[in-house]
Design a protein around this ligand. Sequence first.
Ligand code: SF4
Length: 727
Amino acid sequence: MNKTINTLSFKAAPILGGSTDRILRVDLSTNQLAIQELPPEFKQKYIGGRGYALKLIWDETDKNTRFDSPENLLIMAGGPLCNEPKFPGTGKFIVGTISPLTGSFMDSNVGGYFSSILKACGFDAIAVTGIAAEKCVLIIDDDRGSIRLVTAPVVTEALENGGIAYGENLLQTYTGHQLHKNIAAVATGIGSETTAFGLINSFFYDSQRKRLRTKQAGRGGTGTVMRFKGLMGVIVHSSQARSRGNNPADADGVKAAGSALAKVIRNEDPKQLHLSSWGTPVLVEYMNNFHLLPVNNYQLGQTEKARQVFSGVFLEKFLKKKRADGCYFGCNLSCAKGAEEVTLQYGPRKGLTVGIDGPEYETVAAVTGFGIFDPQYTMEYNWYCDEYGIDSISTGVTMAFIMECWQRGYLTRSEIGYDLNWGDIEAADRLFHDTALARGIGKIAARGVQHARNWIGRHHADKTGLPLADVMAELTKFAMESKGLEFSMYISRESLAQQGGYGFALKGPQHDEAWLIFLDQVHREMETFEMKTAALKWFPLIRTWFSAVGLCKLPWIDVRHPEAEKTDNPAQNMPSFSLYIQFLNATTGSDKSIDDVLRDSERLHLLQKMLNLRQGKGTREFDRIPLRAMAPAFADEYQTREAYYDQWLEERMDQGNGIPEGIADRHQLLVDLRQEAYETLCDSVYKAKGYSISGIPLPETLQAFDLFDDRALQVLQAHGLSSGLKN
Ligand code: SF4
């Protein structure tokens, strides 16, 4: 029987205009449960979601706080626009914390019913601090009016090792085996104990499929933080989840904006990306066509074999056609695909038949990163990542890096215990489970690419007597991380805009801050340097807003409104975005314009930048990206697209000056030009954002957003800037 550690009685606060102005505080060191009432100004300034997480972490941690410090916060927060079934894509919430991978602020967004039920329970957010003496579970039950902290349920050893199985067990224990849509949970898996990139599974009951489904807060090790705190899961329950709704100021206005966006999706998605039919794996074909699909640790961007993992293959073999698969009520883009009854052929659960939620594009591309184009293996990699509770992107990129270290002789068979040839499923699978459980060479991989690069570099320098700096410089060329976070799954080397999208992303190279690859490389909508600079300021602000209000970005960015082509900047899809502004104003009762939204968002973006700086990061050197993200890392990669790169160089040569003869010289010239372009982009984007050339916000920039206080001044001074002084 689970032991009750502490309880708190409560009555749900009413939802008014999308917010409750309440946070549930949980201190696991003292077992305290408390309700914090927020003044209305709090949401006006920090909105919700990522904004709440940023403000709480800025206020309550300091420069010495690490992911495993007791004072580190784990925040789960939706936003004022989440929980509105009359508008598409409103089931998102973010998990925010100080990351084990980057040492700075991380947020990861996830769908499911968790945040809407949490809001129905009367909370805009949960903020967890401390470290529990005994593994525990938090249960927030609106129907019973109780919040309970209990010891974690005792489960069999096999279940204990599994993220999905653990979450299912948790919910079944609590509900008496009757799952339903008014109860949801978040939980971690064993991979959150063994790796630095543990994720948080968000469980919700799909009444169509009659089973629990999962979505993941995948990036940056939020699950690792949760598990380190001893929090095994959080359950939320409210039978009023849907009937309470979001209580908007103008319900008709919300309905009108939502119907208009749903109509755009219904009419345009079947003519555009077909996300509703095929899910995000539809991107595999686009990325392969444009040399953007990561193959063999991003060495190649295109291969004939990729057609074996095009979306149609998954649809035919694993996914039921024409099923509406939303991760929240009311989303008619319905991209959250899933497969029933897949029998595993690999790994420790071989022979087990399971339901699999996915794959998403990123998971397919993680596996092509090993040179593997086998849809069955991709599905299994997807399932095991969720079961272990590890990020499929960080896991895949780190494994691919280890495989390339083997390819280039930095690691040998005797050191690894087996060969790691590209495309070898048995070998990749062995490395995968070793990584998930931190065994053998997997112990190095389990802490991410940055750690693996540093360890392998030292190991190789010791072994060969080569200067450490030289070894590290070589490894850094193909170690696909920046700020400590592994790159997401787009080859950026032919897109200066996406290089900036990755390099300037405040949490590290995840595309959710500036996914410009499609607009730049596929649509060709930002050809000039000025357009790229403007996009690198505008898109991160809009995308920050989505993560603060509790919305999915896909219905805006992946379905172009038919009127967008008539606007000055079709890439911004302003006719659809204006529906979001209508939705915001109708929900909260505000009268905001696009400029107001951008301003609100810029405040949060600056606060995140200040957090990075306070943690000793955030300056220009931290915006550097590996060579392979901007150019072929080695001359033989140049050779794989020699004609293309030769032409690229010729177009940039002064008249009469031909390109050099030798491949090595042409490769070096290309590298020099690409690095120069990236540095110029840094100068230009920093200026547009009101930063110094070192990438630090100027005092007047902070002042304009009411962020220039004593603490901000201290951070600036620590980086050599002081009030009124431009650097
Ligand atoms: S577009 Fe996809 S991820 Fe976004 S809310 Fe809809 S189903 Fe979920």
